[in-house]
Write a protein that binds this ligand. Structure first.
Ligand code: GRF
Length: 200
């Protein structure tokens, strides 16, 4: 089976990026970590990419005269690296429609809640965990889904829940959920690489 070339998109820490690349490098996931892209030139994810030996590129719409030039540059970069699968891992920008169309059903995202709950524009990071805490939910969790035109509405590929105790704070919920993210993102990508999950 031809190994998929994966491009990762991250804006900040990159712990999901690192976890997946480690699973590729230890042989768990049969794929190539081809490229890391960030809109943030000093993101910590670049530090992780340097240590892991993954090529990384800073590309942001702010660097281009208009959105079309940015989209063309992004598409050219993805073609240059022969990308088969795009993995969003804490990427805080909307993916342009042209990319979503070109890579239809080939863009994944991880969301720190059990979608469709706590999804949609503005629901990311601590906003999600604050809302779960406010609501007094007994469980939270993470969701891997296909990226479609609308925020957080693509087909759900995997979800896993985690218990929320009354003693939990939004911060401890975030920690519990991040561990679930790391677990299910690698599981999902492994299953795609092994042909157990078929991206139609
Ligand atoms: C995670 O909380 C994830 O749910 C969200 O962005 C964060 C990424 O964290 N998409 P990291 O950059 O992978 O550490």
């Amino acid at each position: 089976m031809k190994k998929m070339n994966i491009a990762f998109f991250a804006s900040h820490g990159g712990s999901n990026f690192q976890t997946i690349v480690e699973n590729i490098q230890n042989g768990n996931i049969n794929a190539n970590a081809a490229l890391l892209i960030s809109n943030n030139s000093d993101c910590f994810a670049f530090e992780r990419a340097k240590k892991l030996g993954v090529p990384y590129k800073h590309i942001s719409s702010a660097l281009f005269a208009d959105s079309q030039e940015f989209q063309n540059a992004l598409l050219a970069l993805l073609e240059e690296y022969k990308i088969d699968l795009i993995v969003l891992a804490g990427y805080m920008r909307k993916i342009p429609q042209s990319i979503i169309q070109k890579y239809k059903n080939r863009i994944l995202n991880i969301h720190p809640a059990l979608l469709p709950k706590y999804g949609g524009q503005g629901m990311y990071g601590m906003f999600v965990h604050n809302a779960v805490h406010e609501a007094g939910d007994a469980i939270s969790g993470a969701t891997v889904h296909i990226v479609s035109e609308e925020y957080d509405e693509g087909k759900i590929l995997k979800q896993e829940s985690v218990k929320v105790e009354s003693s939990d704070t939004p911060e401890t919920i975030a920690e519990k959920v991040l561990a679930i993210e790391h677990k299910i993102y690698s599981e999902t990508i492994k299953e795609i690489a092994d042909g157990e999950i078929f991206l139609d």
